[in-house]
Design a protein around this ligand. Structure first.
Ligand SMILES: [Fe+2]
Length: 178
């Protein structure tokens, strides 16, 4: 889970860096690369990883530890908010690519807000949920959770090198590897 959260933050940081660099140099960013990165965030962290967390961890925690219901509800709302950031980011990038001059700074700002929110969420989950989860789940249950998480073919987590990762992301964007 921590790996997934780190991958998400790293990819969002890459989006922020590319956007800021392009704005500083007053040049167009590599939109294909940016699209690949935001597509990854949409398809993996926002869709699969968050759903897995909700399905595999949140539900059982709520059932077995009713005192945690409000905390779990807060994390569910965080997930929804993150999807909102994702939509705003993808929209800003689309307008930027279409030539809207205001959309570039907006994309950089949304990427910045998103990565900060994402880190804060990961920190809060570690602090408020992990110890409770460790107490709640049995060893066998953890094994099942690990198996379920590992069965996801995440192109960033599965890559063993920067190059492999870049190729996997390009594939995701439907662009042949360079
Ligand atoms: Fe989460």
């Amino acid at each position: 889970m921590a790996d997934q959260q780190r991958a998400m933050s790293s990819v969002l940081l890459a989006v922020r860096t590319m956007a800021r660099r392009a704005l500083r140099s007053a040049t167009a960013p590599d939109f294909l690369q940016l699209t690949a990165l935001v597509k990854y965030v949409e398809r993996f962290p926002e869709a699969i990883h968050q759903l897995n967390e909700e399905k595999l961890l949140f539900r059982t925690l709520e059932d077995r530890q009713p005192a945690l219901a409000r905390t779990v509800a807060r994390f569910r709302r965080d997930h929804a908010a993150m999807k909102g950031y994702g939509i705003r980011l993808r929209t800003a990038l689309r307008y930027w690519q279409q030539g809207d001059p205001k959309a570039g700074p907006l994309a950089a700002n949304v990427a910045n807000d998103y990565v900060r929110y994402c880190r804060q969420h990961a920190r809060a989950e570690r602090q408020d949920l992990l110890s409770a989860a460790l107490r709640t789940f049995s060893r066998e249950e953890w094994e099942q959770i690990d198996q379920a998480l590992e069965s996801v073919v995440d192109p960033v987590l599965r890559s063993r090198s920067r190059q492999e990762c870049a190729t996997a992301l390009q594939k995701l964007a439907g662009r042949p590897a360079a």
